[in-house]
Design a protein around this ligand. Structure first.
Ligand code: IMP
Length: 272
Protein backbone atom coordinates (compact mmCIF):
# COMPACT_ATOMS: atom_id res chain seq x y z
CA UNK A 1 0.00 0.00 0.00
CA UNK A 2 1.35 3.43 -0.87
CA UNK A 3 2.07 5.97 1.86
CA UNK A 4 0.35 9.36 1.70
CA UNK A 5 2.40 12.57 1.77
CA UNK A 6 0.93 16.09 1.67
CA UNK A 7 2.65 18.71 -0.45
CA UNK A 8 2.38 22.09 1.28
CA UNK A 9 1.52 24.12 -1.82
CA UNK A 10 -1.50 25.37 -3.73
CA UNK A 11 0.53 25.42 -6.96
CA UNK A 12 -0.79 22.69 -9.33
CA UNK A 13 2.46 22.67 -11.35
CA UNK A 14 4.52 21.83 -8.27
CA UNK A 15 2.03 19.13 -7.28
CA UNK A 16 2.25 17.47 -10.71
CA UNK A 17 6.08 17.53 -10.68
CA UNK A 18 6.29 16.08 -7.16
CA UNK A 19 3.71 13.39 -7.97
CA UNK A 20 5.61 12.31 -11.06
CA UNK A 21 8.95 11.97 -9.34
CA UNK A 22 7.72 10.34 -6.10
CA UNK A 23 5.33 7.84 -7.73
CA UNK A 24 8.40 5.69 -8.47
CA UNK A 25 8.90 5.30 -4.71
CA UNK A 26 5.33 4.10 -4.16
CA UNK A 27 4.48 7.41 -2.52
CA UNK A 28 1.12 9.10 -3.03
CA UNK A 29 1.27 12.90 -3.01
CA UNK A 30 -1.91 14.76 -2.12
CA UNK A 31 -2.64 18.48 -2.05
CA UNK A 32 -4.02 20.39 0.94
CA UNK A 33 -7.21 20.99 -1.12
CA UNK A 34 -7.75 17.26 -1.50
CA UNK A 35 -7.75 17.05 2.31
CA UNK A 36 -10.10 20.02 2.58
CA UNK A 37 -7.39 22.27 4.03
CA UNK A 38 -5.94 25.68 3.26
CA UNK A 39 -2.25 26.15 3.86
CA UNK A 40 -1.13 29.64 4.78
CA UNK A 41 2.27 29.48 6.42
CA UNK A 42 4.16 32.74 6.86
CA UNK A 43 7.60 32.53 5.26
CA UNK A 44 9.50 34.10 8.14
CA UNK A 45 12.73 32.14 7.66
CA UNK A 46 16.01 33.77 6.65
CA UNK A 47 16.92 30.97 4.26
CA UNK A 48 15.10 28.88 1.66
CA UNK A 49 15.71 25.78 3.77
CA UNK A 50 14.15 27.39 6.86
CA UNK A 51 11.04 28.42 4.92
CA UNK A 52 10.68 24.98 3.33
CA UNK A 53 10.90 23.37 6.78
CA UNK A 54 8.40 25.85 8.30
CA UNK A 55 5.85 24.79 5.66
CA UNK A 56 6.57 21.07 6.00
CA UNK A 57 6.32 21.11 9.81
CA UNK A 58 3.15 23.24 9.89
CA UNK A 59 1.33 20.98 7.43
CA UNK A 60 2.58 17.81 9.13
CA UNK A 61 1.20 19.13 12.45
CA UNK A 62 -2.07 20.16 10.76
CA UNK A 63 -2.67 16.80 9.03
CA UNK A 64 -0.77 14.18 11.04
CA UNK A 65 0.73 13.03 7.72
CA UNK A 66 4.29 13.31 6.41
CA UNK A 67 4.44 16.69 4.69
CA UNK A 68 6.73 18.24 2.08
CA UNK A 69 7.42 21.95 1.77
CA UNK A 70 9.58 23.87 -0.68
CA UNK A 71 10.94 27.34 -1.18
CA UNK A 72 12.90 28.87 -4.01
CA UNK A 73 14.09 32.15 -5.39
CA UNK A 74 16.65 34.14 -7.31
CA UNK A 75 19.91 35.38 -5.74
CA UNK A 76 21.87 38.06 -7.60
CA UNK A 77 25.51 38.64 -6.61
CA UNK A 78 25.54 42.44 -7.03
CA UNK A 79 22.34 42.66 -4.98
CA UNK A 80 24.10 40.84 -2.11
CA UNK A 81 22.13 37.69 -2.81
CA UNK A 82 18.82 39.51 -3.21
CA UNK A 83 15.98 39.30 -3.82
CA UNK A 84 16.58 35.78 -2.33
CA UNK A 85 13.83 34.69 0.03
CA UNK A 86 11.92 37.85 -0.95
CA UNK A 87 11.85 36.89 -4.67
CA UNK A 88 8.06 36.54 -4.83
CA UNK A 89 7.57 39.92 -3.13
CA UNK A 90 10.40 41.90 -4.80
CA UNK A 91 9.05 45.35 -5.71
CA UNK A 92 5.78 44.69 -3.85
CA UNK A 93 3.24 41.88 -3.89
CA UNK A 94 0.86 43.53 -6.34
CA UNK A 95 3.20 44.04 -9.32
CA UNK A 96 3.34 41.63 -12.28
CA UNK A 97 6.23 39.30 -13.18
CA UNK A 98 7.03 41.61 -16.13
CA UNK A 99 7.25 44.67 -13.87
CA UNK A 100 9.36 42.75 -11.38
CA UNK A 101 11.80 41.72 -14.11
CA UNK A 102 12.04 45.33 -15.33
CA UNK A 103 12.83 46.45 -11.79
CA UNK A 104 15.51 43.76 -11.48
CA UNK A 105 17.17 44.79 -14.77
CA UNK A 106 17.25 48.41 -13.58
CA UNK A 107 18.81 47.39 -10.26
CA UNK A 108 21.73 45.56 -11.89
CA UNK A 109 22.28 48.10 -14.71
CA UNK A 110 25.88 49.36 -14.91
CA UNK A 111 26.98 47.18 -11.99
CA UNK A 112 29.49 45.04 -13.88
CA UNK A 113 29.14 41.29 -13.36
CA UNK A 114 25.61 39.96 -13.54
CA UNK A 115 26.13 36.53 -11.93
CA UNK A 116 23.09 35.04 -10.26
CA UNK A 117 21.70 31.72 -9.18
CA UNK A 118 18.34 30.17 -8.46
CA UNK A 119 18.06 28.04 -5.31
CA UNK A 120 15.40 25.50 -4.41
CA UNK A 121 15.10 23.88 -0.99
CA UNK A 122 12.78 20.98 -0.23
CA UNK A 123 11.99 19.76 3.28
CA UNK A 124 9.96 16.86 4.56
CA UNK A 125 8.62 16.45 8.11
CA UNK A 126 7.34 13.15 9.51
CA UNK A 127 4.87 12.82 12.42
CA UNK A 128 7.59 11.00 14.45
CA UNK A 129 9.81 14.11 14.29
CA UNK A 130 12.16 12.89 11.53
CA UNK A 131 13.01 15.45 8.87
CA UNK A 132 14.71 15.32 5.47
CA UNK A 133 16.08 18.15 3.35
CA UNK A 134 17.49 18.68 -0.12
CA UNK A 135 18.80 21.88 -1.65
CA UNK A 136 20.19 22.60 -5.11
CA UNK A 137 21.06 25.62 -7.18
CA UNK A 138 21.48 26.60 -10.81
CA UNK A 139 24.05 29.23 -11.80
CA UNK A 140 23.47 31.76 -14.55
CA UNK A 141 23.64 35.46 -15.42
CA UNK A 142 21.01 38.17 -15.57
CA UNK A 143 20.32 39.01 -19.23
CA UNK A 144 20.26 42.58 -20.58
CA UNK A 145 16.70 42.32 -21.86
CA UNK A 146 13.89 39.82 -21.14
CA UNK A 147 13.99 36.94 -23.65
CA UNK A 148 11.53 34.10 -24.26
CA UNK A 149 7.90 33.52 -23.39
CA UNK A 150 7.93 30.21 -21.47
CA UNK A 151 8.12 29.52 -17.76
CA UNK A 152 7.22 32.03 -15.08
CA UNK A 153 8.70 34.58 -12.67
CA UNK A 154 12.28 35.58 -13.48
CA UNK A 155 12.69 33.02 -16.29
CA UNK A 156 12.92 35.63 -19.11
CA UNK A 157 15.86 37.43 -17.43
CA UNK A 158 17.78 34.38 -16.21
CA UNK A 159 20.32 33.32 -18.81
CA UNK A 160 21.79 29.84 -18.53
CA UNK A 161 25.23 30.15 -20.25
CA UNK A 162 25.81 26.44 -21.09
CA UNK A 163 22.72 26.58 -23.35
CA UNK A 164 22.99 30.26 -24.33
CA UNK A 165 19.29 30.59 -23.52
CA UNK A 166 17.15 32.09 -20.81
CA UNK A 167 14.94 29.70 -18.83
CA UNK A 168 11.97 31.25 -20.67
CA UNK A 169 13.47 30.08 -23.99
CA UNK A 170 13.65 26.44 -22.87
CA UNK A 171 11.01 23.71 -23.00
CA UNK A 172 9.79 22.58 -19.55
CA UNK A 173 11.82 19.34 -19.96
CA UNK A 174 14.98 21.22 -20.92
CA UNK A 175 14.58 23.55 -17.95
CA UNK A 176 13.87 20.71 -15.52
CA UNK A 177 17.11 18.93 -16.48
CA UNK A 178 19.28 21.83 -15.32
CA UNK A 179 17.09 23.93 -13.05
CA UNK A 180 17.41 24.33 -9.30
CA UNK A 181 13.94 22.78 -8.85
CA UNK A 182 14.54 19.80 -11.16
CA UNK A 183 17.81 19.01 -9.41
CA UNK A 184 16.38 19.50 -5.90
CA UNK A 185 13.40 17.26 -6.72
CA UNK A 186 15.67 14.47 -7.93
CA UNK A 187 17.97 14.88 -4.90
CA UNK A 188 14.97 14.81 -2.57
CA UNK A 189 13.55 11.69 -4.24
CA UNK A 190 16.90 9.95 -3.72
CA UNK A 191 17.08 10.98 -0.04
CA UNK A 192 13.46 9.98 0.59
CA UNK A 193 13.98 6.63 -1.16
CA UNK A 194 16.98 5.87 1.07
CA UNK A 195 15.05 6.95 4.18
CA UNK A 196 12.03 4.77 3.33
CA UNK A 197 14.13 1.68 2.63
CA UNK A 198 16.12 2.13 5.84
CA UNK A 199 12.87 2.53 7.78
CA UNK A 200 11.43 -0.63 6.16
CA UNK A 201 14.61 -2.52 7.05
CA UNK A 202 14.44 -1.34 10.68
CA UNK A 203 10.80 -2.39 10.91
CA UNK A 204 11.63 -5.88 9.61
CA UNK A 205 14.47 -6.18 12.09
CA UNK A 206 12.20 -5.15 14.97
CA UNK A 207 9.55 -7.64 13.83
CA UNK A 208 12.15 -10.40 13.61
CA UNK A 209 13.39 -9.58 17.09
CA UNK A 210 9.84 -9.70 18.49
CA UNK A 211 9.23 -13.08 16.79
CA UNK A 212 12.50 -14.42 18.20
CA UNK A 213 11.60 -13.27 21.70
CA UNK A 214 8.16 -14.86 21.47
CA UNK A 215 9.41 -18.26 20.25
CA UNK A 216 12.65 -18.52 22.28
CA UNK A 217 12.50 -21.38 24.85
CA UNK A 218 12.95 -20.31 28.43
CA UNK A 219 16.34 -21.29 29.82
CA UNK A 220 16.50 -23.29 33.09
CA UNK A 221 17.74 -20.15 34.84
CA UNK A 222 14.78 -18.05 33.82
CA UNK A 223 12.04 -20.66 33.84
CA UNK A 224 9.51 -19.92 36.52
CA UNK A 225 8.57 -23.60 36.72
CA UNK A 226 11.61 -25.51 37.98
CA UNK A 227 10.10 -28.90 36.97
CA UNK A 228 9.71 -27.79 33.38
CA UNK A 229 13.24 -26.43 33.46
CA UNK A 230 14.54 -29.79 34.68
CA UNK A 231 12.66 -31.51 31.89
CA UNK A 232 14.23 -29.25 29.24
CA UNK A 233 17.68 -30.01 30.61
CA UNK A 234 17.00 -33.76 30.71
CA UNK A 235 15.46 -34.14 27.26
CA UNK A 236 17.73 -31.74 25.37
CA UNK A 237 20.75 -30.85 27.47
CA UNK A 238 22.72 -29.39 24.52
CA UNK A 239 19.83 -27.23 23.41
CA UNK A 240 19.21 -26.02 26.93
CA UNK A 241 22.86 -25.12 27.37
CA UNK A 242 22.71 -22.95 24.28
CA UNK A 243 20.88 -19.88 25.50
CA UNK A 244 19.40 -17.50 22.89
CA UNK A 245 22.19 -15.02 23.74
CA UNK A 246 24.83 -17.62 22.87
CA UNK A 247 23.30 -18.35 19.43
CA UNK A 248 24.86 -16.11 16.79
CA UNK A 249 22.20 -14.04 15.07
CA UNK A 250 21.85 -14.78 11.37
CA UNK A 251 19.89 -12.51 9.05
CA UNK A 252 17.09 -14.52 7.42
CA UNK A 253 17.22 -14.60 3.64
CA UNK A 254 13.89 -12.76 3.42
CA UNK A 255 15.22 -9.63 5.14
CA UNK A 256 16.61 -7.13 2.65
CA UNK A 257 20.15 -5.95 3.05
CA UNK A 258 20.51 -2.82 5.05
CA UNK A 259 20.68 0.04 2.56
CA UNK A 260 23.92 1.92 2.35
CA UNK A 261 22.56 5.23 3.52
CA UNK A 262 25.55 7.36 2.77
CA UNK A 263 24.70 10.94 1.87
CA UNK A 264 26.33 11.65 -1.47
CA UNK A 265 25.96 15.42 -1.26
CA UNK A 266 26.46 17.33 1.94
CA UNK A 267 23.40 19.46 1.24
CA UNK A 268 21.10 16.44 1.45
CA UNK A 269 20.63 15.96 5.13
CA UNK A 270 18.64 13.73 7.38
CA UNK A 271 17.90 14.82 10.91
CA UNK A 272 16.36 12.91 13.78
P1 IMP B 1 8.20 29.85 -4.43
O1 IMP B 1 9.26 28.84 -4.20
O2 IMP B 1 7.06 29.31 -5.19
O3 IMP B 1 7.82 30.58 -3.17
O4 IMP B 1 8.84 30.94 -5.42
C1 IMP B 1 9.35 32.16 -5.01
C2 IMP B 1 9.61 33.07 -6.17
O5 IMP B 1 10.89 32.82 -6.70
C3 IMP B 1 8.65 32.92 -7.35
O6 IMP B 1 7.51 33.71 -7.18
C4 IMP B 1 9.50 33.43 -8.49
O7 IMP B 1 9.46 34.82 -8.53
C5 IMP B 1 10.90 33.00 -8.09
N1 IMP B 1 11.25 31.70 -8.72
C6 IMP B 1 11.47 30.54 -8.09
N2 IMP B 1 11.78 29.57 -8.98
C7 IMP B 1 11.73 30.16 -10.18
C8 IMP B 1 11.94 29.68 -11.51
O8 IMP B 1 12.21 28.50 -11.76
N3 IMP B 1 11.82 30.57 -12.49
C9 IMP B 1 11.51 31.87 -12.27
N4 IMP B 1 11.30 32.38 -11.08
C10 IMP B 1 11.40 31.52 -10.02
Amino acid sequence: MSEKFVLATHNPGKLREMREILSELGVEVVSPEELGLTVDVEETGETFAENAMLKAKAVCAQTGLPAIGDDSGLCVDVLNGGPGVYSARYGGESISDGERNKLLLESVKGQGRRDAHFTCAIACAFPNGDTLTAEEQCNGVISYIPMGTGGFGYDPVFNYPPKLKTFAQMTPEEKSEVSHRGKALRAFAETLGAYLSERAWNELEAEKQRAEEETAPETPETAENPEAAAEITETAPEAAAETPEAVPKKRPKTVPHRPNYSQKKKKRKRHH
